[in-house]
Design a protein around this ligand. Structure first.
Ligand SMILES: Nc1ncnc2c1ncn2[C@@H]1O[C@H](COP(=O)(O)OP(=O)(O)OP(=O)(O)O)[C@@H](O)[C@H]1O
Ligand SMILES: [Mg+2]
Length: 245
């Protein structure tokens, strides 16, 4: 598994060669949602740093802004104020095309409910993002098979997600997130839909990726899962309450 920050995608015009740059640097992040009754201040001035190779767990009560933070790091949501840098590159203020390319090459995202393509095989779930990321189909297939082997799904290549267990589906979703060798792996409650055994299996997988140098930010409600990370950040009411150590 590659642990390097991926080569900047030429078409994005990025230049992230600075290995000393934080993997993630968020400053003064504010995000308010308009809601019927009153505005919801999801992020109220968040500073958040992740160094390359760190495995950071983000914890905090429901509604404190964890998913919002992850989404603004991935460029899936926009800020009202503040800045976001990933691998030395400003993410805030970019247009949708730039963000789509940036995500394809630099960020892998794992969701609580897998978000796999139901109609196609495990293999195809990996090949498609590879091809979208610029790989030739044959190269994408080879990468997909390697990842499926690595994640213990080598005998499931032709099966559709529906026949896989929850843990297997999440492993497939993690494999998909890794297809384009992202420098940063973001996961929003990746064990939230699994039983405790399945959850620990996924945690073990994240730990292996971390041992190989993968930078990971993972939101979790589970203290057991967070204990497996190298640092736990606690959020509350749209702020970082404790940046951990
Ligand atoms: N698109 C949206 N429109 C309106 N309000 C939103 C939107 N997204 C999030 N919120 C609100 O912003 C606040 C923070 O939401 P967020 O999803 O970041 O919380 P969370 O910490 O991830 O919670 P959970 O642990 O339940 O997933 C919540 O009050 C939520 O209801
Ligand atoms: Mg959430």
């Amino acid at each position: 598994m590659s642990i390097e920050l991926t080569e900047p995608a030429p078409e994005t015009g990025t230049s992230n060669g600075n290995a000393l740059a934080p993997a993630v640097r968020v400053r003064g992040a504010r995000r308010t949602y308009t809601a019927e009754l009153a505005p919801v201040r999801a992020l109220r001035g968040v500073d958040f740093d992740v160094m390359p190779g760190e495995f950071v767990a983000v914890m905090g009560p429901s509604g404190c802004g964890k998913s919002t933070l992850l989404n603004i790091i991935a460029g899936l949501d926009t800020l009202d104020d503040g800045t976001v840098e990933v691998a030395g590159e400003r993410v805030d203020g970019r247009d949708q095309d730039w963000l789509a390319k940036f995500r394809r090459h630099h960020v892998g995202f794992v969701f609580q409910f897998f978000n796999l393509l139901d109609g196609v095989s495990a293999l195809e779930n990996l090949v498609l993002p590879g091809v979208l990321g610029g790989m030739k189909r044959r190269a994408a297939e080879s990468r997909a098979r390697d990842l499926l082997d690595l994640l213990g799904l080598g005998d499931r290549t032709d099966q559709v997600p529906a026949v896989l267990s929850g843990g297997q589906r999440q492993r497939l979703a993690i494999a998909r997130a890794l297809v384009n060798e992202p420098g940063l792996l973001l996961a929003d409650e990746p064990t939230g839909a699994l039983d405790s055994e399945g959850g620990l299996e996924i945690l073990e997988l994240f730990r292996r990726l971390h041992d190989d140098g993968q930078t990971i930010v993972m939101v979790t409600h589970s203290a057991d899962v967070a204990a497996g990370a190298s640092r736990a950040v606690k959020m509350r009411d749209g702020r970082v309450q404790d940046a951990g150590e």
